[in-house]
Structure formats: structure tokens, C-alpha cells
Ligand binder design. Structure first.
Ligand code: FA5
Length: 347
């Protein structure tokens, strides 16, 4: 094809390229115009026998034509690719309005369900429901709780310390939130905190290196007694275990942040292999620790006036296990769908 004809055809070819609706059409046009035996390629070949001046003049013109064809091809290729992607996305989009094929919906884990129930219970009774950091300082986890350095109680909590961060640790108890709360809100105060705690305990049927604790604290300038503590714990256990008669007993124990300190047990009975919390029970089961707040704890929170208070702490997993007859704490962290479904965690 003579060069003049090539130049006149240029716009026509560009239009054809930019109108191509498939990759095949585009490839065919490319082959016809600039492919091995395409018209433009053939015209280049004709230049071989031309004079130097002709080579220069026609060569430049042909190069210009080729470059416009290349541009048009690239532009249309991009357009077709974009279109293909958007079509693919459109076709692959999830239509969430379609009915699901089975009825296995997700659900809240039994720990989350219990945690929320307990928070709602305390919040409806006027307690502040607070959270604290899981990465704590030695001050909040130990010092302020009257557990000085080298005190044996520090060793009894097998603590995870943070490498390279002096004095930072994963909290071993939620009692640190007591301190933060007294510092922030002062007295009077009624608070609970439920959250994760960590200890370097060997994983077995009743111990996990990560578990949840429930912490409660009531402080006032008016006298508060062990009687108040006992009544508060009884109310909570009746609520949690859904019984109208829980019976509690205290046994002396030692927590450096309480004076006196005690552990509390609850009466239970076994019926058809299930444990029932009831004041008619003939056995006792240990549930947690409690006591009257030690004066040194008030001091470390900057409280100088005469105040009274009690505190208690228990393990969430342990009371869930008792309530639902779960014999191995590890089941709570496994992802066995049948187990989860059985305990109402997924439908
Ligand atoms: C404490 O941690 C005290 N801070 C509780 C307290 C609060 C006492 C306020 C007095 C006043 P203790 O180390 O006993 O106490 O732990 C409390 C509960 O956490 C235990 O009764 C148990 O139910 C649970 N617990 C402890 N270690 C583990 C573990 N490794 N796995 C699961 N639960 C655990």
C-alpha cells in the first residue's frame, strides 16, 4: 500500500481499534496493520530499496503511523481489561440477600455471653463496669496492691514479663483495675471489672495460661463490713447460677491486698451427674478470693481519709464450667463446632 494511502487510512484504523469489542478483534487488527505481514510492516520493507532521503522522509512518517497505532492498541487493550475486571467483580459479587444453604449462623461464645450477662447485671445495680489494660506495670499488678518486691506472693503468680520493657507484664489478676478505679474516681466507689488475665500456668483441665477474672470493689466513707461482702457475693451467685438460694462460707486465706483475706465456697449438690448450686447442697465448692481492702492499698491510691471497703475476685471460666457441667477448661478455647453448637455458641 502506498504511503499516502497508509496515512489516509490511519484515522480509519484508529477508529476500528478503539471500537474493537473483544481481544480477538483487537489482535486481528494488530496483525493486519502492524503484524509480520501487516500493511505498515510491508511498507517498512519497501523502504529497503529507497534512497537515503526517501528512507528518512518515509521512515519518519511510517514510524509516526506505527506509534499512533501502538497507542490506540494499548489504549483499547487497557479498556477491554478494565471492562473484563469489572464484569468479573460484578459476577463474583456476593449476593447476601440469597438464603443460606444451611442454618449454621455464627453466635457469641459462651464466655462472651456470660461476660455480657454479668456486666449487665452489675451495671443495672449501679456498679461502674470498667476495663483496664492487659499489659500492666509492676506498680498496678503488685506494688500498689501491697505486694512489694521480693514478696513471696509475686512468685506465686507465675508472671509473663515483657522482654525489653522493664517492669511491664501481662496482668496476672484484675485487681489492678481496683487501683486504677480508686485513683480515677476516688470514694465512694462501686465497680466491677471483667477481663483477661495471664499466668504461666501449665494448661490442664482446670488451668489455662489465659483466663478471665471478675473483680469487684465497694468502697465508702460509711462503714462497710464482711456482712456486706457476703450478701453481695450471695446475690451475684444467685443471679449467675439462676437459683433463689445460694449458701456461702468464708475460709481464712491470705491476699496481701486484703485484711482480713478469705476464700469463699458455695454449697452444692450433684443431681444426675450435674452440679447444682443450692443452699440445700451437702458439699462445698471453692469459687474465689475476697476480703476487706488493706489500708496500704488505699494509701497507694492516694486516699488519706478513713474509708472502708471490700473486694472479691473469681475466675469466669471456673464458674461457667460449674454452671454448664463442663469438665475441661480446654473445651472453652477449642473450636469444635459440635461442642460450640451444644453450648449455644453457634446455631
Ligand atoms: C486472685 O487473683 C485475687 N486477685 C482475687 C481477689 C480479688 C482476692 C480481690 C481478694 C480480693 P487467685 O489467684 O486465687 O486470686 O485467682 C482468682 C481465681 O482465678 C481463682 O479462684 C480461679 O477461679 C481463677 N484462676 C486462677 N488461676 C487460673 C488459671 N490458670 N486458669 C483458670 N482460672 C484460674
Amino acid at each position: 500500500m502506498p504511503l499516502q494511502e497508509i496515512e489516509t487510512n490511519l484515522e480509519y484504523w484508529e477508529k476500528a481499534i478503539l471500537g474493537a469489542s473483544t481481544f480477538q478483534e483487537l489482535e486481528r487488527l494488530k496483525a493486519d496493520i502492524i503484524g509480520k505481514s501487516g500493511v505498515v510492516t510491508s511498507a517498512f520493507k519497501l523502504l529497503k530499496g529507497a534512497s537515503a532521503d526517501q528512507k528518512k522522509e518515509f521512515g519518519e512518517k511510517l514510524n509516526r503511523v506505527k506509534s499512533r497505532i501502538d497507542n490506540a492498541l494499548a489504549k483499547q487493550r487497557q479498556k477491554l481489561e478494565d471492562y473484563a475486571v469489572s464484569e468479573k467483580l460484578k459476577n463474583e459479587a456476593l449476593d447476601i440477600t440469597l438464603p443460606v444453604e444451611n442454618d449454621h449462623f455464627g453466635g457469641l461464645h459462651i464466655i462472651t455471653q456470660s461476660l455480657r450477662r454479668i456486666r449487665d447485671y452489675y451495671s443495672s445495680r449501679g456498679f461502674l463496669v470498667l476495663d483496664g489494660p492487659e499489659i500492666e506495670t509492676e506498680f498496678y499488678n503488685f506494688d500498689a496492691l501491697n505486694i512489694p518486691k521480693h514478696h513471696p506472693a509475686r512468685q506465686s503468680h507465675d508472671t509473663f514479663y515483657l522482654k525489653g520493657h522493664d517492669g511491664m507484664l501481662l496482668r496476672t489478676q484484675t485487681s489492678c483495675v481496683q487501683i486504677r478505679a480508686m485513683q480515677k474516681y476516688g470514694v465512694p466507689l462501686r465497680m466491677v471489672s471483667i477481663g483477661k488475665t495471664y499466668r504461666n500456668d501449665q494448661l490442664d483441665a482446670t488451668h489455662s495460661p489465659m483466663f478471665h477474672q471478675i473483680e469487684g470493689l465497694v468502697v465508702d466513707t460509711k462503714p462497710i463490713t464482711i456482712g456486706h461482702l457476703k450478701s453481695e457475693l450471695r446475690k451475684f451467685l444467685e443471679f449467675f447460677f439462676e437459683t433463689d438460694s445460694a449458701s456461702l462460707r468464708f475460709r481464712p486465706s491470705f491476699f496481701p491486698f486484703t485484711e482480713p483475706g478469705m476464700e469463699f465456697d458455695c454449697r452444692y449438690t450433684k443431681k444426675d451427674g450435674k452440679l447444682i448450686i443450692s443452699s440445700d447442697g451437702d458439699k462445698w465448692i471453692e469459687l474465689g478470693g475476697a476480703g476487706m481492702v488493706h489500708p496500704n492499698v488505699f494509701k497507694s491510691c492516694g486516699i488519706e481519709e478513713e474509708v472502708y471497703g471490700f473486694a472479691f475476685g473469681l475466675g469466669l471460666e471456673r464458674i461457667i464450667m460449674l454452671k454448664y457441667g463442663i469438665t475441661d477448661i480446654r473445651n472453652l478455647y477449642d473450636t469444635d463446632q459440635r461442642w460450640l453448637r451444644y453450648y449455644g455458641t453457634c446455631a
